[in-house]
Design a protein around this ligand. Sequence first.
Ligand code: ADP
Ligand code: ZN
Length: 428
Amino acid sequence: MPLNEKEYFNPREETMSVDELRSVQNERVKSVVRYAVDRNAYMKSYYAKEGIDVNAFRGLDDLPSLPFVSKSTFRETYPMGLMCVAKEEIREMHMSSGSTGMPIVMPYTQGDLDQWAECMARCYRMAGGLPGDVVQITPSFGLFNGGFGMYHGARAAEMFIVPASSGNTERQIRLINDFQTKILTAVISYCVRIIEIADRLGVKLPSLKTGVFGAEAVTDAMKQQIHDALGIEVFNIYGMTETGGVGTLGMDCGDHSGIHVWEDHYYVEVVDPQTLTPVPDGELGELVITSLTREAIPVIRLRTGDLTRIISRKPCACGRTHVKIDSISGRTDDMLIIKGVNFFPTQVEQALLEIPGVHPHYQIIIEDHHGVKDIRIHVEAEDGVTGFMVEKHLKERLGFSPKGDIFKPGSLPRNEGKAVRVVRKEVD
Ligand code: ADP
Ligand code: ZN
């Protein structure tokens, strides 16, 4: 099948054969291991302590013998103790949103900024973003990597950028209509907010064709609600501060059969979070990432804390050859255990949104009565939906029976960044 080059930002890299991809990765992983140890004192002493001889490292097959790094490695070396270049080479820095504790820092060289822009531009093209198309960027421009990542990528993809940044939802809606925005980028829960305010104002958003959403879990039920409200195709974009920000890890293509990870830039492993040994393709585990082309801070065997599975290593219907992973179903530290039942907030979301009349605004309240945990679900819904309906449906779908508290649409707290889905309270 001849390639339609408009669909790819970098047709050669995006569609190279799986064998070629593997051999590129093999060469790059050898360089990056050597580079990190030669240029960073922390990595050098960490590997020495673990008894790793980098001279004996032969490539991908040896990767599982290397120790992991994680968010805590970044925290221990805060702010820039993992850096492999001189400070003068840094052009920009970003910081994680701190959902799970102290934020971590990522400095970027010019090469890193170019690499980020390349990964993001591939995502835009994959979502149908062509030169000149209007893209509205609603994640904030600041320390959080979302706004700037979307921006660097859109520059590379030669799009017309509306750098709205976060908040001021009525203005966002006006901008969409005034500039005929085609692609909306957002933290997914913020798109729900835009829909809500547009409804309240009685404004339609017919120019929108595509949503590029990420930063938090994207459930099928949420995608469907957004599709129904706006008639747009929803793409699930993935990345994190430690790998260089939004879009670095990839996005699903128009086939919507998994997230393509840009494998010429990142090597993917999935391990059992308890035993830390690899799980077979198709099985759920923790994603482990090795960056192959980052300069300021490359990561080698980064435990992401995100749970997913390998969906396919075969070339995709879209023509891309890069591995596909499942949507992130949760973080290892997100798992809730209530009365012996384990579950993730995404499962609650999926189940809630299956109930007709329930709106996509909810919070899971964990009440701690002197060590005994109880769970309540606060959810917005239309008249006619009762707490009992919520309890019954969750019992059927998840096997536990929380209290369901129904709130009027618009009454639960809204966030401009990532939504706060789990709230813990001490109760006497
Ligand atoms: P943090 O939220 O840990 O402070 P970041 O702001 O760097 O750090 O966000 C990265 C994290 O956000 C990822 O590790 C993942 O848990 C979550 N995330 C990002 N994109 C997605 C996505 N498309 N689906 C699910 N989770 C996502
Ligand atoms: Zn594809």
